[in-house]
Design a binder for this molecule. Structure first.
Ligand code: IPE
Length: 272
């Protein structure tokens, strides 16, 4: 069965680009500039109206966040430099992404999550989205990212790009979500370790709930939960009727094809 993603130009499209796509997760501060440039080209070519981009942390955010236990919150003074460093390296990665988008003529404008979002126990509590709304209304492309953010109960924590994507999709009633990962989509087991892992091309909400328990977290250092964390964030979004396409952004043109709509080479998740 061919999985087809419908397009609605009036509603926003949220594109998540995984940290494992734009960085080498086994290194430290290892950006894949050629991949970032290719994706910027695909985004420019797709010319999607009302696009919001969210990117992950990969080998920029995760190792530092893990070293200092940033996700678990503030327990000792020595973590403060870790919080600052985690946020800072994310701005560095974001700078590389912005550089590429802007020089590929995408009217992208960066929004720093730690300056407009406060979480409570790890979940988004307040989000000052006035600038984001105005940028979208003016056909700019707002770009956000997983970040180290302040938290009402924990002091600070790590906000995953995946939670941000789900929040934005529901708040702005998105037409669809496109998630770019470094595998061909969603599998019944980790394709990097399980040889016979089977790719799901289409899943309904109830099927997604069933496979959830079978998915393991990703193999590399990931403080925000890997593929399982993604699924947990996506379930309420799909339940709201927003379709999600998971594609291999490490392979040329898959992201472009998902952005222009039509048939999806990857996994399409729909309510029913
Ligand atoms: C993580 O963001 C950000 C930090 C660790 C500060 P994500 O959780 O969205 O990153 P990826 O896509 O898994 O790398």
């Amino acid at each position: 069965m061919e999985s087809v993603l419908e397009l609605d130009e009036a509603k926003p499209t949220i594109l998540k680009i995984g940290g494992s796509v734009i960085t080498d997760k086994n290194g430290e501060l290892a950006a894949r500039t050629e991949v970032i440039n290719r994706l910027a080209e695909e985004i420019q070519k797709a010319n999607t109206r009302r696009l919001v981009i969210v990117h992950g942390g990969g080998s920029f955010g995760h190792p530092t966040a893990q070293k200092y236990g940033i996700k678990e919150g503030l327990r000792e003074e020595t973590q403060k430099i870790g919080f600052a460093e985690t946020h800072h390296v994310m701005t560095v990665l974001n700078g590389l992404v912005m550089d590429s988008l802007v020089w590929h003529s995408v009217p992208a404008v960066s929004i720093m999550p730690s300056s407009c979002i406060i979480t409570k126990n790890g979940r988004i509590k307040t989000f000052d989205d006035a600038a984001l709304k105005m940028l979208l209304g003016m056909d700019f492309v707002p770009v956000l990212y997983g970040d180290a953010v302040l938290d009402e109960t924990l002091g600070f924590t790590v906000l995953s790009g995946d939670q941000l994507v789900a929040y934005l999709a529901m708040k702005f009633n998105a037409a669809r979500i496109v998630i770019g990962v470094d595998t061909d989509g969603l599998y019944d087991a980790d394709p990097k370790t399980a040889k016979n892992a089977k790719l799901y091309t289409h899943l309904t909400l109830s099927e997604l709930e069933k496979v959830k328990s079978r998915l393991a977290g990703s193999a590399a250092v990931d403080v925000t939960g890997g593929m399982l964390g993604k699924i947990n964030e996506l379930i309420p979004v799909v339940a709201q009727g927003i379709p999600v396409a998971i594609v291999n952004a490490a392979k040329p043109n898959r992201t472009y094809k998902a952005l222009i709509g039509g048939s999806v080479e990857g996994t399409l998740i729909e309510k029913e």
